[in-house]
Design a protein. Structure first.
Lengths: 146, 133
């Protein structure tokens, strides 16, 4: 088999190799490694009094293959990723991109207005906006003095 | 023990004014590499990077890939969980002499950078005609 890639033998690439090995080990050790605890995809969560925004890092995914479900105070995103080569004669030198089913669930600080959830996919980031349910918003109670 | 703010949190709270200040972390992007009869195909995953923020550079057989992450910080929100921080993706590969650097092409879509690295003509498999005299 022809070797089309080589690696440098200089110190900076050794550091890079260690970095890469660390992230490979993080992925291999699943729940013990990395900021996302080995879960895929990684997420960022923003909150405000009236809603929550969740960013999921999902590059190269067909939005139709992603399922977003909101129930009460729980948001769940799941789907499948197939980043593989389409050609039959493809020979892999390295395969790091996540392949297969994924699912992440976020526990929201309030009950969601399920009908008003919106999602946008841009640059491989899926941004889901979940507004707070009207019934769940805090209400001011006037005290009657008699 | 004080908790240091992540770069993304600093951006949200307005502490960081410019991209230059928020140098952020360097991420190593996940890469799939496969070979077909024409050459190599590289798939570099850099979510949050748009076409204009990705850089592919070849010099002396070293292929360098860089992508700056742009997070649209939603106004009025505060960051409660950051598994992805601000920063840039960086990775470099040493190419063998079989790749033709002049023919390298790259395209970016949905956070995935696809790099096509063609083999030089001489390096492609060729069928050799046998002359019978």
């Amino acid at each position: 088999m022809t070797v089309l890639l080589e690696r440098f033998g200089d110190p900076w690439s050794v550091l890079r190799e260690m970095e890469e090995m660390q992230s490979r080990m993080n992925r291999a050790f699943g729940q013990w490694g990395g900021p996302a605890g080995g879960r895929y995809p990684s997420i960022n969560v923003w909150t405000a009094s009236d809603g929550v925004i969740v960013d999921l890092a999902l590059p190269g995914v067909d939005p139709k293959a992603v399922d977003i479900s909101v129930e009460g105070d729980r948001l769940e995103v799941s789907g499948t990723r197939e980043p593989g080569a389409t050609e039959k004669d493809a020979r892999y030198h390295g395969k790091e991109c996540y392949e297969g089913e994924f699912a992440r669930a976020v526990h929201l600080p309030f009950r969601a207005e399920a009908g008003k959830v919106s999602a946008r996919y841009r640059n491989g980031v899926l941004r889901i906006s979940v507004p707070r349910a009207e019934a769940d918003k805090p209400k001011q109670v006037t005290i009657e003095v008699s | 023990m004080t908790q240091e703010k992540t770069n993304l949190e600093k951006k949200t709270s307005g502490e960081v004014q410019s991209e230059a200040e928020a140098v952020g972390l360097t991420y190593v992007p996940a890469v799939d590499i496969y070979e077909n009869e024409h050459g190599l195909v590289m798939r570099v995953e850099m979510p949050g990077v748009d076409e204009g923020s990705a850089n592919v550079h070849i010099e002396k057989n070293l292929l360098s890939i860089e992508g700056k992450v742009h997070t649209e910080v939603p106004e009025g929100y505060s960051l409660v969980r950051a598994e992805n921080d601000a920063g840039a993706y960086r990775r470099a590969f040493q190419l063998s002499g079989e790749i033709d650097p002049a023919g390298v092409k790259a395209k970016m879509k949905n956070g995935v950078l696809q790099v096509l690295l063609p083999k030089r003509e001489e390096a492609k498999p060729r069928k050799i005609e046998i002359n019978v005299n």
